[in-house]
Design a protein around this ligand. Structure first.
Ligand SMILES: Nc1nc2c(ncn2[C@@H]2O[C@H](COP(=O)(O)OP(=O)(O)OP(=O)(O)O)[C@@H](O)[C@H]2O)c(=O)[nH]1
Ligand SMILES: [Zn+2]
Length: 218
């Protein structure tokens, strides 16, 4: 519930002059160089160049919606990476499974969607559980490759927690590969990155993969 509050659209009373999407951008961090007016003009040019009629009522606002939709998908959500001392000395795997992934492939600027499984072996500090999904979201809100997204989530956890191990698996469907081009609908790409004990110890990695439900001996 607090997640919804953090990214809710501001009410008209709070921001009477703002359109809903602009309001949402205020509680997230748009790329520094975002120019919505220029993006809207460029979207209109793109649609016109593709031969789409913009005169009718249905599409008159489409360039604005396109510009705002991309700006929203590229706006990096900010958050605190809250950690706690590991007072109980918990030293088994902590795994958050099935975190939604929504990102844009940098080659076509088309969405790829799926899930991430993120886990670590704690050392001195433990991470607030919601932060696993927030780290994934933070790196997903940009033009990405699935490989880079997987590595960046791993490296951020490594850097902030100094844990004994980190494992990240991402399973996603790329619409650039399912809706167009090769049209391999249903094909899912699986990427993984491991650090520390989960990288070096094949039994620990196998346990991690078994808990994620991802098949295969690493
Ligand atoms: N490695 C990697 N490739 C990706 C990702 N997202 C999209 N791609 C690929 O990027 C490649 C771009 O290839 P190009 O040949 O330049 O583009 P294209 O002519 O549209 O290729 P097709 O998709 O095969 O029609 C394609 O093979 C995509 O499937 C990703 O996250 N990681
Ligand atoms: Zn693509």
């Amino acid at each position: 519930m607090s997640d919804q509050n953090a990214q809710r659209v501001l009410t008209e009373a709070e921001a009477p002059e703002a359109r809903p999407v602009l309001s949402r951008l205020r509680v997230m961090r748009p790329p520094a160089e975002t120019d919505l007016e220029a993006a809207e003009a460029a979207a209109a040019d793109l649609l016109a160049a593709l031969g789409l009629p913009l005169g009718g009522e249905g599409m008159a606002e489409t360039p604005r919606r396109m510009a705002h939709a991309y700006a929203e998908m590229l706006a990096v959500p900010s958050f605190d990476m809250t950690t706690f001392p590991n007072t109980e000395g918990y030293d088994e795997l902590v795994l958050v499974k099935g975190i939604p992934v929504r990102s844009l492939c940098e080659h076509h600027m088309l969405p790829f969607t799926g899930v991430a499984h993120v886990g670590y072996l704690p050392a001195d500090r433990i991470l607030g559980l919601s932060k696993f999904a927030r780290v994934v979201d933070f790196f997903a809100h940009r033009a990405q490759t699935q490989e880079r997204l997987t590595k960046q989530v791993t490296e951020k956890l490594q850097e902030r927690l100094a844990p004994r191990g980190v494992g990240v698996v991402v399973e996603a469907e790329h619409t650039c590969m399912s809706l167009r081009g090769v049209r391999a609908a249903g094909a899912r790409t699986v990427t993984s990155a491991f650090f520390g004990h989960l990288r070096e110890d094949s039994a620990a990695r196998a346990e991690f993969l078994a808990l994620t439900g991802v098949r295969g001996e690493a």
